[in-house]
Design a binder for this molecule. Structure first.
Ligand code: GAL
Ligand code: ZN
Length: 654
C-alpha cells in the first residue's frame, strides 16, 4: 500500500501555476508528463488568490489547473492554502500578525504572517479548508491534503496579548491551581510568586535570564499552539473527505515542534530536506533526519520538498554537482521515502525564490538540470516496487523534545555547548558508516525490539522514562548530563543522574565543562586513548565497572566511562565514540548490512528486500555484496562485489 492511491513512488514537486500565465500551464503539464511527474503540490501560498475578498472565492483557476493535471495523469497534493493569510484579512485584523519577544509586531509582506493563537486566523483557515474540501471532495486529481506549510519555519512562536491569554489557558489546564504553577515554576526564586493568572505572560524579553521552567512550558505551549492550528484544519478535512490522507511538511530535525506529537496527528509524515551541497557531512545529516521521519510513525514517509540544485536562502547557495540530485533523492528512498519531490517544478522569475533551483530551470529544457530531472524520473519509475516497504532496525537513538528544550534553554546551564543535534550525530555517524540501520525513538516507546538503545543525552528524564530504560533488556548507552532534571526542570533530588542512578550505579557529583578549544584525554582499561571535548563530569561510582578514566587535567584518574551490567554511561564526550560503540555492538551482536568492509563514503541501507548502496565519496569504491542479485537501476546482474563511481548508486534486489 502506497501513501496515496497513486501507484509506485511519487515524483513531482511544488507547483505554483498562479505565478504563470495560463499559456504556460499547457507546457508545464506536457513536460511534467514527459518527466514522469505523477504528483504536484498546488496552492500552498494561494489564499489571497482563492479568497480575494472576505468570503468571496475564486476557484476558477484552480479548477482549471486541477482538471488539466488530471487530464495528464498527474495527481494533486492539494494545499488548503493557509500558509499565508491575505492582505485584506491582516489589514482588517492587524492584531493577528505575530509579535516577537521584544514586543515588535511583524509586518505583512513575507509569509506565515499569523499569530498561532489568533482566533481570527484559526477561524479563517478552517473556513477556507472547508470551502476547499467541499469544492474538491470528488475531484479525481485530489490524493492528499497539505495543511499549512512548514509550521514554525518563520513563525514558531508569538508573544502578543492573544498568545499570552492562550498560554494562560494552557497553563491552567496543565497545573489546575496557581500553587501548582508556582511550585513547578519555582517562583520562590528571584521573587516571582504569582497571585493571579492574569499576571502570567510569555517569556518576553526581560532584564535578565527568564525563568527556565517558564521557557520550557512556553516551548511546550508553542508547539501545541501550532499543532492546534493544524488539527483544526485536519478535523474539517477528515469530516468532508475522510478517505484523503492529510499531511503537513516537516522540517527535518526541528527544535521547535515535538514531531512525536505532531506525527500522531497526521496520516502521512512528509519532510522537506535541504542538505547543503557544500557541507561534507550533508549525507550523514540527511540520513539522520530521514531515519527520524521513518521512525515517527514507523511507516514509509514522503520527501515532499528538496532542492534540485541550489537553494536561495543560505549566505552562499552552492549548486548540486551533476549526479548529486539523484544521489540525494535515492538516499531518501533508501531511508523510507515513498517518493521524491522538489521545491519547485518551474523556476520562478520573481520573488525571493527566483534563484532557487527547480526541476525545470530558467534555461528551459536544453539544460543539464532538465536532463537530470528526466533521468531521475526514469530512475524513480524503476524503483516503483519499493513503495510501501519498510526497514527494521536493531539500534535506536533516543530523542525527546522536552529534554531537548531543557538542554538548549538559554542562559542557565553549566555550558551552552551541548547541542542535541550534534550529540545525536556523534553516535549516528559511526553507525551510519558501518551500514547499521538506526531508528529514533522517544525514551518511553516500546523498546523491546531493539538490541541497542543509545540516549546521547537525556537532560530531562522523568521517573517513568527512567523505568522504561531500566526495563529495556538490551544494551543501553547513556551520554553525559542525563537524568539531571524532572519535567518541571527541577534538579532531581541528590543530583544527576537522578532516576537513572540505580541503573547506572553511579552519581555525578559535579559537572565539569571543558572550555572551548581545550581537550581532555580519556584512557580505556585496555589502553585506548580518546580525546574528549566540551564536557566532563566528576563521577562517584557506587556499583559499576570503570571502562575508562580521565588522564591529566582536573579529573585525572577519575572514572570517565562506566558500565553496570548492560548499561554504559559516558560522563564525557569523546570526539570519536567508535571504541565504546564497537564494544557495545559486538556484545549485542549487531553488524552492518554489508558486513565490516563498507568503504568510506559509501552508505549501505536496506529497505524491504532491497539493498541500497550509495557512494557519497569523491572516489570510486568497490563494495562487497552480501548476496548476488540484480541492480534495479541498470538491470545488471551483480555478484561478489560492485564498483560504484562517485555519486552513483546501486539498488540490489536479491
Ligand atoms: C521551504 C518552503 C518552500 C520553499 C523552499 C525553498 O522551506 O516550504 O515553500 O520556500 O523552502 O527552499
Ligand atoms: Zn500571538
Amino acid at each position: 500500500m502506497g501513501l496515496t492511491r497513486v501507484p509506485g513512488l511519487l515524483f513531482g514537486g511544488d507547483y505554483n501555476p498562479e505565478q504563470w500565465p495560463e499559456e504556460v500551464w499547457e507546457e508545464d503539464v506536457r513536460l511534467m508528463a514527459r518527466a514522469g511527474v505523477n504528483i504536484v503540490t498546488v496552492g500552498v501560498f494561494s489564499w489571497s488568490r482563492l479568497e480575494p475578498a472576505p468570503g468571496v472565492h475564486d476557484f476558477g483557476w484552480l479548477d482549471r489547473i486541477l482538471d488539466l493535471l488530471h487530464a495528464h495523469g498527474i495527481a494533486a497534493d492539494l494545499a488548503t492554502a493557509t500558509a499565508t493569510p491575505p492582505p485584506w484579512l491582516v489589514r482588517r485584523h492587524p492584531e493577528m500578525l505575530p509579535v516577537d519577544a521584544a514586543g515588535t509586531r511583524l509586518e505583512f509582506g513575507s509569509r506565515q504572517g499569523y499569530c498561532p493563537s489568533s482566533p481570527v486566523f484559526r477561524d479563517a483557515t478552517v473556513r477556507l479548508a472547508r470551502a476547499m474540501a467541499e469544492r474538491y471532495r470528488d475531484h479525481p486529481a485530489l490524493v492528499m491534503w497539505h495543511v499549512g506549510n512548514e509550521y514554525a519555519d518563520h513563525t514558531a512562536e508569538c508573544f502578543c496579548e492573544e498568545s499570552a491569554r492562550d498560554f494562560r489557558r494552557w497553563l491552567e489546564r496543565r497545573y489546575g491551581t496557581l500553587d501548582g504553577l508556582n511550585s513547578a515554576w519555582g517562583t520562590s526564586c528571584w521573587g516571582q510568586h504569582y497571585t493571579d493568572w492574569a499576571q502570567l505572560a510569555p517569556p518576553r524579553k526581560a532584564p535578565g535570564p527568564v525563568n527556565p521552567t517558564q521557557v520550557l512550558d512556553w516551548r511546550r505551549f508553542s508547539s501545541d499552539a501550532l499543532l492546534a492550528c493544524f488539527e483544526a484544519e485536519r478535523r474539517v478535512l477528515k469530516e468532508v473527505t475522510p478517505g484523503i490522507p492529510v499531511t503537513t511538511n516537516f522540517m527535518s530535525i526541528l527544535h521547535h515542534l515535538d514531531y512525536w506529537k505532531w506525527a500522531a496527528a497526521e496520516d502521512v509524515v512528509s519532510d522537506d530536506a535541504y542538505p547543503d551541497p557544500a557541507d561534507p557531512r550533508a549525507g550523514v545529516k540527511a540520513a539522520l533526519s530521514y531515519d527520524l521521519m521513518r521512525s515517527l510513525k514507523r511507516q514509509p514517509w514522503l520527501l515532499l520538498e528538496s532542492a534540485p540544485s541550489a537553494v536561495s536562502w543560505r549566505e552562499v547557495n552552492v549548486p548540486k554537482e551533476p549526479g548529486t540530485m539523484r544521489l540525494h533523492s535515492l538516499q531518501a528512498v533508501a531511508h523510507g521515502s515513498d517518493g521524491v519531490m522538489f521545491f519547485q517544478w518551474r523556476q520562478a522569475r520573481y520573488g525571493p525564490e527566483k534563484f532557487h533551483s527547480a526541476m525545470l530551470p530558467h534555461g528551459g529544457t536544453d539544460t543539464r538540470q532538465w536532463r537530470e530531472t528526466l533521468a531521475l524520473g526514469a530512475d524513480v519509475r524503476r524503483l516503483a516496487e519499493v513503495a510501501g516497504s519498510t526497514t527494521s532496525a536493531e539500534v535506536a537513538l533516543v530523542l525527546d523534545w522536552e529534554s531537548w528544550w531543557g538542554l538548549e534553554a538559554p542562559e542557565s546551564l553549566p555550558s551552552n555547548r551541548l547541542r542535541l543535534h550534534a550529540l545525536l550525530l556523534s553516535w549516528y555517524a559511526p553507525l551510519h558508516a558501518r551500514g547499521i540501520a538506526v531508528d529514533l525513538t522517544p525514551p518511553d516507546r516500546d523498546l523491546s525490539g531493539y538490541k541497542v538503545v543509545i540516549a546521547p543525552n537525556l537532560y530531562l528524564c522523568t521517573a517513568e522514562q527512567a523505568a522504561a530504560l531500566a526495563a529495556f533488556p538490551g544494551r543501553l548507552v547513556v551520554g553525559p548530563f542525563s537524568g539531571v532534571v524532572d519535567a518541571a526542570d527541577h534538579v532531581h533530588e541528590g543530583g544527576a543522574p537522578g532516576p537513572l542512578r540505580e541503573l547506572l550505579g553511579l552519581r555525578t557529583e559535579e559537572f565539569w565543562p571543558i572550555p572551548d578549544g581545550l581537550t581532555q584525554e580519556v584512557v580505556t582499561a585496555d589502553g585506548t586513548r580518546l580525546v574528549a571535548r566540551t564536557w566532563s563530569e566528576w563521577l562517584e561510582v557506587d556499583d559499576a565497572q570503570v571502562v575508562a578514566r580521565y588522564c591529566g587535567g582536573p579529573l585525572d584518574g577519575r572514572p570517565a566511562i562506566t558500565r553496570r551490567g548492560r548499561a554504559t554511561y559516558l560522563g564525557c564526550l569523546p570526539e570519536d565514540v567508535a571504541p565504546v560503540l564497537d564494544e557495545v555492538l559486538d556484545a549485542a551482536g549487531v553488524t552492518g548490512v554489508t558486513g565490516p568492509d563498507l568503504p568510506e563514503g559509501v552508505e549501505a541501507c536496506r529497505r524491504g528486500d532491497l539493498l541500497f548502496l550509495l557512494n557519497h565519496g569523491a572516489a570510486a569504491a568497490t563494495v562487497p555484496l552480501p548476496a548476488s542479485g540484480t541492480d534495479l537501476l541498470t538491470g545488471r546482474h551483480l555478484h561478489g562485489s560492485v564498483d560504484i563511481a562517485p555519486r552513483d548508486a546501486v539498488v540490489l534486489k536479491h
